[in-house]
Design a protein around this ligand. Structure first.
Ligand code: NAD
Ligand code: IPM
Ligand code: MN
Length: 363
C-alpha cells in the first residue's frame, strides 16, 4: 500500500485492540503476540490498549460503541486491530452494527482492502493453478451502498408489511474508491483494474458507477481497465482467477465477492482486511466472523488475524515487519502446522507458538 499516505510513518505506534466476540477473542491475542515478536528486532515501541466492546458488554451494560469512542480512536490511536462481532445471544446484531459499521462510517474508512493471495497450492479448491494465478486485491466501497441503514418498515407486523432498504451511492463516494483502486494499481505496477456492478438491473446506481468509472479510467491510460457485471465476475473468478489484479466494487458486492475470493486461496481462516482512510486512524480485521460454531474450542485459525496485522504494519510503514508476518504464515503452511479448517490437527495455541518462534528466529 505504498501509495497510502502514512497515518504514522514514525518509529512508534499506538494500537487500539478490540477482540470482540467468539473467535475474535482467540485469534487477536495471537496476532498481538506475533506483532510483538516481529517488532522486537527494530525495537519499535508499540503500545496496545485493549477495549472490551462486544456482546458481553452490550448484554451486561447495554453499551455498544461507548460515547466519545470515535473521537478517542481518531485522536489518540494510529490504528485499530479488530477481531469479530456476532453472538447468538444478540440476534439483532445491533452491537455489530453500532461498533463495526459505526467505526467504518464514523471514521470514514472508505477503502475496504481485501487482498487474496494463494500462499500454498494445497489450499486452493481449483485445479492446475500456480501461486501466481491467485493474487488479487478487492477494493470494497465501505461507507455507502445498502449498508447505510436508510429505509424502514411500512405496515410492520401486518400481512401487508413492506420493508425498504435503500442503496445510497454518492458521486464523491464512488469516485474516491474507484480512484483509489487505480492509484493502488499504479503504485504497485499492476496492469489490470476491473470495476464491477449490476448496472444492467440497478440502473440508477449502476449508471453513476459507470459514468464515474469512464471518467476516472481516462486518467490512467497505462492501466488496462474493464467492467464486468457482478454475477459474471463471480463466475470468472472461479473459472480463471489469473485475469484479475485489482477489483473495485460497492459495499455489498464487495462483501460477497471477497468471501468468494478468500475461498480460492484457502478460505476465511486465511483472509485479511484493512478498513482504511489514507492518512487517518484505520481499522484492520480478519474477513471472517466470530464463528460461534467453533468458538471456545481452541481451534480457530489465527492466520487471517496475523496476515491482517501484516496489512496494519504496512499501513504504519513498517515493511520488514509486514513481510516477516506473512513469511511466518507461509512457513507454517509449508510445514503443515495448521488448524482443522485447513485440514491440520493443530490448536490455535500450537500454531501461535510456531509463528512466534519463527518470528523470533527470522527477524
Ligand atoms: P463466520 O466467518 O463467523 O464463519 C463461517 C464459517 O467459517 C464457519 O464454519 C466458521 O467456523 C468458519 N471460520 C471462520 N473463521 C474461521 C477461523 N478463523 N478459523 C476456523 N474456521 C473459521 O461467518 P458466519 O458464521 O456467517 O457468522 C458468524 C457471526 O459472525 C455472525 O454473527 C456474523 O454476523 C458475524 N460476522 C462478523 C464479521 C466481522 O466482525 N467482521 C464478519 C463476518 C461475520
Ligand atoms: C464483513 C462482515 C460484515 C459486513 C457484517 C458482520 C456486518 O460480513 O466484515 O465482511 O457485511 O461488512
Ligand atoms: Mn463479510
Amino acid at each position: 500500500m505504498t501509495n497510502i499516505p502514512l497515518r504514522n510513518g514514525g518509529p512508534q505506534a499506538r494500537i487500539a485492540v478490540i477482540p470482540g466476540d467468539g473467535i475474535g477473542k482467540e485469534v487477536i491475542p495471537v496476532a498481538v503476540k506475533c506483532i510483538q515478536a516481529a517488532t522486537a528486532k527494530h525495537r519499535r515501541p508499540i503500545e496496545f490498549v485493549d477495549f472490551d466492546w462486544g456482546a458481553d458488554k452490550y448484554l451486561r451494560e447495554n453499551v455498544t460503541l461507548p460515547a466519545g469512542a470515535v473521537e478517542m480512536l481518531r485522536d489518540h490511536f494510529d490504528a485499530i486491530l479488530f477481531g469479530a462481532l456476532g453472538d447468538p445471544r444478540v440476534p439483532s446484531n445491533q452491537h455489530a452494527a453500532d461498533i463495526l459499521l459505526g467505526l467504518r462510517f464514523k471514521l470514514d474508512l472508505f477503502v475496504n482492502a481485501r487482498p487474496t493471495e494463494l500462499l500454498h497450492t494445497r489450499y486452493t479448491p481449483l485445479r492446475d493453478v500456480t501461486l501466481d494465478d491467485i493474487r488479487l486485491m478487492v477494493f470494497r466501497e465501505n461507507t455507502e451502498g445498502l449498508y447505510v441503514g436508510v429505509g424502514g418498515f411500512y405496515k410492520k407486523d401486518t400481512p401487508d408489511e413492506i420493508a425498504v432498504q435503500e442503496d445510497v451511492n454518492s458521486r464523491k463516494g464512488v469516485e474516491r474508491i474507484i480512484r483509489h483502486a487505480f492509484e493502488y494499481a499504479r503504485a504497485h505496477n499492476l496492469k489490470r483494474v476491473c470495476m464491477s456492478d449490476k448496472s444492467n438491473a440497478m440502473t440508477y446506481a449502476g449508471n453513476l458507477w459507470q459514468r464515474v468509472f469512464q471518467s476516472v479510467r481516462a486518467d490512467y491510460p497505462a492501466i488496462d481497465s474493464r467492467h464486468l457485471f457482478i454475477d459474471t465476475l463471480a463466475m470468472e473468478l472461479v473459472r480463471e482467477p489469473r485475469q484479475f489484479d485489482v477489483i473495485v466494487t460497492n459495499n455489498l458486492f464487495g462483501d460477497i465477492i471477497s468471501d468468494l475470493a478468500a475461498q480460492l486461496a484457502g478460505g476465511l481462516g486465511l483472509a485479511p482486511s484493512g478498513n482504511i482512510h489514507p492518512g487517518r486512524t484505520s481499522l484492520f480485521e480478519p474477513v471472517h466472523g466470530s464463528a460461534p460454531n467453533i468458538a471456545g474450542k481452541g481451534i480457530a485459525n489465527p492466520f487471517g488475524a496475523v496476515l491482517t496485522s501484516g496489512l496494519m504494519m504496512e499501513f504504519l510503514g513498517w515493511n520488514d515487519e509486514a513481510h516477516a508476518l506473512k513469511n511466518a504464515v507461509k512457513s507454517a503452511l509449508n510445514d503443515n502446522c495448521t488448524t482443522p479448517d485447513l485440514g491440520g490437527s493443530h490448536t490455535t495455541a500450537q500454531v501461535s507458538d510456531y509463528l512466534v518462534n519463527h518470528l523470533a528466529k527470522h527477524m
